[in-house]
Design a protein around this ligand. Sequence first.
Ligand SMILES: *Cc1c(COP(=O)(O)O)cnc(C)c1O
Length: 432
Amino acid sequence: MKSKILGDPSSVPPGVGEVNWSNDMRRKTQAGPSMRVGGHSGVGNWKPTTVAVHAGTYDDPVTGAVGTPIYQSSTFILGEEQYRAIDEGYARDRFIYTRYGNPSQWAVQEKLAALEGAESAIVFSSGMAAISATVISMLDKGGHVVASSELYGGTYNFFHHELPSLGFTVTYVDPRDLVQIEASIRPETMLLYFETLTNPLLKVVNVPALGDIAKRHGLRLVMDATFTTPLAMRVLEHGAHVVVHSCTKYLNGHSDLVAGVAMGARRFIDSIWPRLLAFGGSLDPHACFLLERGLKTLPLRMNAHQDGAKAIARYLAGHAKVKEVHYPGLEQHRDHKLACELLSNFGGMIAFSVGTDAAAQKLLDNLQLARQATSLGGVETLVSLPYNTSHAAFTSDQRTKLGIAPGCVRLSVGIEDAEDLIADLEQALCCI
Ligand SMILES: *Cc1c(COP(=O)(O)O)cnc(C)c1O
């Protein structure tokens, strides 16, 4: 395709391509890759709702169709410029082959980067593909990781089973114990890895304090911000070097695809890109289209998730059969103060306990509107029990130690009317 926008030599930013880019210092600061001349589109002072709609979205240059076309192509015509990109080492900035990059990927990457305030982004075929590629990129031979003891299960499995077999070591720490975190740092420590909110109890992790520790010890900080999204907190501004998300959750928001993203300074994302090529977790162009479409309503959905979750958390807190409610937006949540400082949106996740796992299972079976399924962040309310899903590998004693009480229920509040969801919970709680 010969167009002004799509990888045509005439759209190359001035200077780029005339020099060996790997020796060009500007490489360190250039945002992108982007189809726009001169890097990412300026989002200026746009508010997140505007950024979500417009950043990284490209009208079809041929037909004028509004919105980014789906470039369902595995490969791209090779010309002089593409050969030069391969030869001179800037293949990430040209279209060559879809595992390397595709216009549909670039478009959604640009939108994600604009929302996160990141220079660069790479989308992956799942959150785990993003996490594994990122973590491996941040480590060198013999490296040691200090990681949260309350990680997402897939991440824990990767850290516990894959990293040691590659010669890396991991120390697990209480994500809120800054003294323990700092004391776990060794001479060979290279990486701190944490999640912004823990699953399922929604403990709030002090990202600026972690950023400070990383800085003082010369370590890399990677944050999984899946539960908070770039709208509630931009972790890169608090000292994280790379942020990863499972786009499967809030970012896409419609429970209809699996995807992930890693974002940060261009030099870090450039170091992750070879792992995308090697491990092969690239995101299909059609999924990119769906993700880009989903992202356009992220700010609207997050407000709706928060409104619903606040109302439901308050309702649950006042219910006689509910023992405890964990929602960072509730005053009685032990991290409420920190949550107010760090988060501009408390999200849609709630954990609460009904006393026994049998009662909790009965509750789930009684629910008619909320669907019994794992995952989170979709428009539909989902409910699951840690004891037989995310934390099934733990004994009940181990769960209690983590603070997961018997009968713990995890609720991902969708965007339905809160009154309907409360009515559903009311009838379901009534007969457990
Ligand atoms: C779901 C999830 C992941 C994994 O993402 P996939 O898209 O399922 O691979 C990682 N971290 C957190 C916090 C998650 O909720």
